[in-house]
Design a protein. Structure first.
Lengths: 234, 140
């Protein structure tokens, strides 16, 4: 989705911190100076289509993946994304079976180089897998000519998979998100509150934005009354 | 030459400006698309749907859907008002909770040939569940 305009009844204001607006895919990853999504994809290609994105909880790993996937799809590579839940130590056999039908998307053959993989498998939470499951997964990707992109919280357990990008959240980044990228926060959330939420949640951007969601909920009705011309003391 | 991509103007109206509907009531209206070359448009989708909004996973349900392919209807005039109409269901009713909300809307999505798409929504309310107010409001 590239743009959305929403005309809502007066009764409600959209909360700009809801999942709808801040989930990976709805919000693009904010790259550090000098880095771009296209450059990351080129590096992924140079890594022979096997890479890891590493970073702590809520630092933007999934958002980064969602930002680069459209570029990879434009190269005619089908993408299958699998999120492993906490404690999911094994890669379920039926999940691999489900992945097998994935094949190259239809693009003109002259646009596909010989080194372009048939498909890309994205595994969120790779470090949860046992050594044996990771080994099976690697073998499966090689056998089927799939690219492999994984996300993890740390380098340990990645084996020979090179790190493509390290995500790290910073307060200026979050301030930028709140000020410039979200549709509107109606002036109800102040910079010092963003900083406080960021610190309270140990630099986890996802949790910070959800804390701001609840703060916004506390104040939205007050804002509605202000708009209606009622006298409200803040 | 690079052609600048303008955002299409998508206008959605609900008849009589009605914002609140009851279960089983007819929702009718029209939409109009402007500021885009007819040749650039591939598909226009109209839907009446509900979705959840909050901090958890999103859920949604499509109640009414119509897809107009410009290839199938070459004479399609996008600037003309196109009408839509549906009988609204009994549930889920619009709900304004703190952690989760259920929102209804008419959504028009325009898919362009270059692969981009643009969306406009007109929200409305189904039913009349009272507003829930968060505790601790106005504590700035």
């Amino acid at each position: 989705m590239n743009a959305i305009t929403s005309e809502t009844p007066n009764r409600r204001l959209t909360n700009p911190f809801a999942t709808r607006w801040v989930r990976p895919g709805a919000m693009a990853y904010l790259f550090p100076q000098g880095r771009t999504a296209a450059e990351i994809v080129r590096q992924f290609q140079a890594n022979d289509w096997r890479s890891a994105i590493v970073g702590p909880h809520g630092s933007g790993k999934s958002t980064l993946v969602a930002t680069i996937i459209p570029l990879i799809e434009q190269m005619g590579i089908a993408v299958r994304r699998i999120s492993l839940h906490d404690g999911q130590r094994r890669f379920p056999a039926d999940l691999l079976q489900q992945c097998l039908p994935i094949s190259r998307r239809e693009v003109p053959s002259d646009e596909i180089s010989n080194s372009t993989p048939r498909a890309l498998l994205v595994i969120d939470g790779y470090e949860q897998l046992t050594w044996w499951s990771r080994h099976r997964l690697s073998a499966c990707c090689r056998r089927n000519e799939w690219a492999l992109l994984v996300t993890a919280h740390a380098d340990s357990g990645l084996g020979k998979i090179p790190v493509l990008f390290r995500t790290a959240a910073s307060l200026p980044t979050v301030q930028h998100l709140v000020d410039d990228m979200l549709p509107s926060h109606y002036g109800l959330i102040h910079a010092d509150e963003v900083a406080a939420a960021f610190n309270d949640h140990g630099g986890n951007v996802r949790e910070t934005l959800f804390a701001l969601y609840h703060l916004f909920e506390q104040r939205r009705n007050t804002y509605g009354k202000q708009r209606a011309g009622e006298s409200v003391r803040l | 030459m690079i052609k600048a991509l303008r955002q299409p103007l998508i206008s959605i109206q609900i008849d009589r400006g009605q914002q609140v509907f009851g279960s089983g009531e007819v929702l009718a209206g029209a939409f109009q698309i402007d500021a885009v070359d007819h040749a650039d448009v591939r598909v226009v989708e109209t839907s009446v749907l509900w979705f959840t909004e909050g901090t958890g996973d999103e859920d949604m349900g499509v109640h009414y859907f119509e897809r107009l392919s410009v290839d199938d209807v070459p004479e399609l005039n996008l600037q003309e008002r196109r009408r839509f109409q549906t009988v609204l269901p009994n549930s889920p009713l619009s709900y304004e909770g703190v952690s989760v909300k259920i929102c209804w809307c008419v959504r028009v999505r325009v898919f362009l040939r270059q692969g981009r798409d643009f969306v406009a929504e007109r929200a409305f309310q189904l039913g009349n569940i009272p507003l829930v107010q968060a505790e601790g409001m106005a504590t700035i």
